[in-house]
Design a protein around this ligand. Structure first.
Ligand code: B12
Ligand code: SF4
Length: 680
């Protein structure tokens, strides 16, 4: 029996311009852990399954010079036409479900005698509706499938009747029938090591995905996990996990892991056991996981950091205590903020995930979420995210809103981050809201949806373009949404009309940043700001980064030189560096923002900043001492080091008895080490 298992398309970061190395890393990190676990189970039974990565097929299509306008689905169809198999099994996720179905149709067309089956989180919950709507499909495997799939393969080979295989939805004549649910896998340690050898791109991972456990005992109303893994929290044992991590390290030399589980930290005792075992193992391994802020505390975070934890995904969802109750999340938000602070302190990066667009949500609730988002910007290690609710199939919210779902071209956020949609996908989505509910939005009677979407674009792009300024504005105004509303009014008055254009594209472009800075300079700072000096300083710094030309194409490599600075060299600013003056102490402003201290009473004291755009990563801003500023002013490429020293001498510069020349040479060396100047 030949079995071909196919991963769901998920790598929406892939584009024609993405190079092979980067593409391989992306695809490797999106390795379909579920499919590879199933492949390992089949191998253990003596079969030789094939694994197909649709992300790789998509990337090959993007690179195909003869692609022209040809549809990816047809390309995938040709790809599968050359592969023969008795069973083609597709994994599914909501965001790419229409595309997966269209490819499955091509496969059935190419191999009418083969069984075409679906599995994974999306097909599992819309099994009956999918089989009714799409006759080319033969069956759906529901839920975890390590026990079901071998039984199904046996049944297809004639050993038993299909109806005797638990956990499947199948056709019986014209009817669609469900067999009883399959039992959950109780002992995850008993599963074989996933068949990563069938997925070559995995060796290019920076963070290697390994499954840590299944099931979450909570029951948030928007989440599909509790239905899928039936709320049974299970973990692999620390010994087993560490053995798997060691195996990856030995095979691929990778030491950093993404530990896959919706909610690792449910059981504090077991997290401690895992961390202690990792520390004891003496392995230098790092990892990331998902957690709830109410299932960790400072002591546990410290232990996790010592055990190599470098990243935690925190689903906060809403900054409003009222919404926390309504969506059955139940977090105490002050404690959540405290946990994010603790992680920052221990150097753990946090994804602070927020969601908006719940049916009961009011502007007040949205303000609270926006405040939580911006407040977390004060921590260098926090990365806030804001998405718009997509009603996942068969979640409590989707069931409750089933009849009221709204479809717009500007599809709900989760799906928006999925794959580009073709006209055929649109038709499928419009025809079957019960199958593709995540592409719809729920009505928000107390909240204007357009306002919400624009606020989201504003916050996400504002954070990327001017993180500290956004935080400064929130702290200055007391509510970032007020600033947003003023900006909206100003841009309407000043001819920046987004009604007809692509709002998201505008916010992602440089025009947004330059228009917004103009609004602050002309309107907000003179008329509204309570701390105009601080806001003006933050604003001028951002403006310099925006105006000062583009970043250098590649980073200068720091020249490490043992020898003395050549006397005839002519220091000059490195490309991408500029020096500006701002009206207040920038370092002090950032200190106050970090500490939540008021900005109003900041004294006016102009300081010089060196701002450096970088080829990759965030820009650097460095406040200069008066001496460094003076020296940097002389490093404009025409004076030699000797001439600069002579000017210093003339000005009778001397600090604590250090003569001018020595001071000048030391200063130039420091500026060079700070990568502000180069010695031409
Ligand atoms: C890691 C992860 C991601 C990774 C990507 C993973 C990848 N390889 O592509 C990232 C972070 C990128 C991601 C993104 C998204 N994700 Co996600 N993700 C997960 C997570 C946490 C783990 C997936 C996993 O590896 N599970 C472990 C394996 C063992 O389980 P499994 O994949 O389900 O496979 C088992 C069964 O499903 C079945 N099975 C699976 N495939 C097949 C195929 C056949 C033929 C058969 C027989 C059986 C079968 O057998 C497997 C073994 O038992 C799950 C939640 C979860 N705990 O599963 C959410 C989850 C899959 N994601 C979800 C969602 C909604 C998304 C997003 C749309 C939105 C978001 N949250 O950002 C995006 C979309 C991405 C895109 N561009 O299309 C939902 C899917 C809901 C749905 N109805 O489809 C889940 C269930 C989370 C949730 N709580 O709601 N995700
Ligand atoms: S959102 Fe997180 S805590 Fe809530 S049910 Fe889903 S996995 Fe569990």
């Amino acid at each position: 029996m030949k079995v071909c298992l196919i991963g769901a398309p998920t790598a929406n970061q892939l584009g024609a311009a993405v190079g092979e190395a980067e593409a391989a890393r992306i695809m490797g990190e999106l390795a379909p852990v579920g499919i590879l676990s199933l492949a390992a189970v089949l191998e253990a039974k003596g079969l030789a399954p094939e694994v197909v990565d649709l992300n790789r097929v998509y990337y090959d299509w993007l690179q195909d010079p003869e692609r022209g306008q040809a549809d990816f689905c047809r390309f995938a169809g040709d790809y599968f036409r050359e592969r023969d198999s008795d069973l083609f099994g597709f994994s599914t996720v909501c965001s790419s479900y229409p595309l997966t179905l269209r490819i499955a149709a091509e496969v059935k067309r190419a191999h009418p005698q083969s069984v075409v089956a679906l599995g994974g989180p999306q097909a599992s919950v819309v099994d009956v509706a999918t089989l009714r709507a799409y006759p080319f499909l033969d069956l759906v495997v529901r839920g975890e499938a390590e026990q079901t799939l071998p039984e199904l393969v046996g049944a297809l080979g004639g050993s038993t009747a299909l109806a005797a295989v638990p956990g499947i939805t199948f056709r019986a004549g014209r009817e669609v029938r469900r067999s009883p649910d399959a039992p959950l896998i109780q002992d995850l340690d008993a599963l074989p090591f996933p068949a990563f050898h069938l997925f070559p791109d995995v060796r290019f991972c920076r963070h290697f995905p390994l499954e840590l456990g299944r099931g979450c005992p909570f029951a948030c109303t928007f989440c599909s996990t509790n239905d899928f893994f039936r709320r049974r929290f299970r973990l692999k044992s620390p010994g087993h996990m560490i053995a798997e991590m060691r195996r990856v390290k030995a095979a691929y030399g990778i030491r950093s892991f993404e530990l896959v589980h919706d909610m690792f930290t449910v059981d504090r005792k077991r997290v401690i056991e895992f961390c202690e075992a990792l520390i004891e193992s003496g392995e230098d391994l790092t990892w990331g996981c998902s957690a709830r802020t109410d299932c960790v505390d400072e002591e546990l975070i410290a232990l996790m950091a010592r055990a190599g934890c470098r990243g935690i995904f925190f689903g906060i969802e809403s900054g409003s205590p009222r919404m926390q109750k309504i969506i059955d999340k139940g977090l105490v938000l002050d404690d959540s903020a405290e946990r994010i602070r603790s992680c920052d302190q221990f150097g753990i990066n946090t994804a602070v995930s927020l969601m908006a667009g719940f049916p009961e949500e009011t502007l007040g609730d949205l303000r609270a979420s926006a405040a939580f988002f911006v407040d977390s910007l004060r921590y260098d290690h926090a990365d806030p995210q804001l998405s718009i609710l997509a009603p996942l199939a068969e979640t409590p919210i989707q069931r409750q809103q089933k009849e009221a779902l709204v479809l717009s071209d500007d599809v709900a956020d989760m799906s928006y981050r999925g794959w580009p949609q073709e006209a055929e996908d649109h038709a499928m989505i419009a025809g079957h809201p019960e199958i593709f509910s995540s592409f719809y939005s729920v009505p928000t009677p107390y909240l204007d949806h357009e306002f919400l979407k624009e606020l989201r674009d504003f916050l996400l792009n504002g954070m990327r373009a001017f993180r500290w300024l956004l935080l400064g504005l929130h702290q200055d105004s007391g509510d970032i949404v007020d600033v947003f509303q003023q900006w909206q009014e100003w841009r309407a008055r000043n001819g920046v009309d987004l009604a007809s254009g692509d709002r998201t594209a505008y916010y992602a472009s440089g025009s947004f940043a330059s228009d917004f800075l103009r609004f602050l300079r002309l309107d907000y700072v003179p008329q509204t700001s309570r701390a105009p000096l601080a806001i003006a300083a933050l604003l001028e710094c951002e403006a310099a980064l925006l105006d000062g030309g583009s970043a250098p194409a590649r980073e200068e490599v720091s020249e490490h030189r043992e020898d003395l600075i050549p006397a005839d060299s002519r220091p000059q600013l490195l490309p991408g560096v500029s020096v500006i003056e701002v009206p207040a102490d920038y370092r002090e402003i950032l200190r106050r923002l970090r500490q939540r201290d008021p900005l109003q009473d900041l004294p006016g004291r102009p300081v010089k900043l060196a701002v450096r755009k970088r080829a990759a990563g965030p820009a650097e801003v460095r406040q200069l001492s008066p001496l460094s500023a003076e020296l940097l002013g002389l490093c404009e490429g025409s004076r030699t080091v000797v001439e600069i020293a002579a000017e210093f001498r003339q000005k009778e510069r001397e600090v604590s008895g250090v003569p001018a020349e020595k001071l000048c040479l030391a200063g130039i060396e420091i500026l060079r080490q700070q990568r502000l100047i180069t010695l031409a």
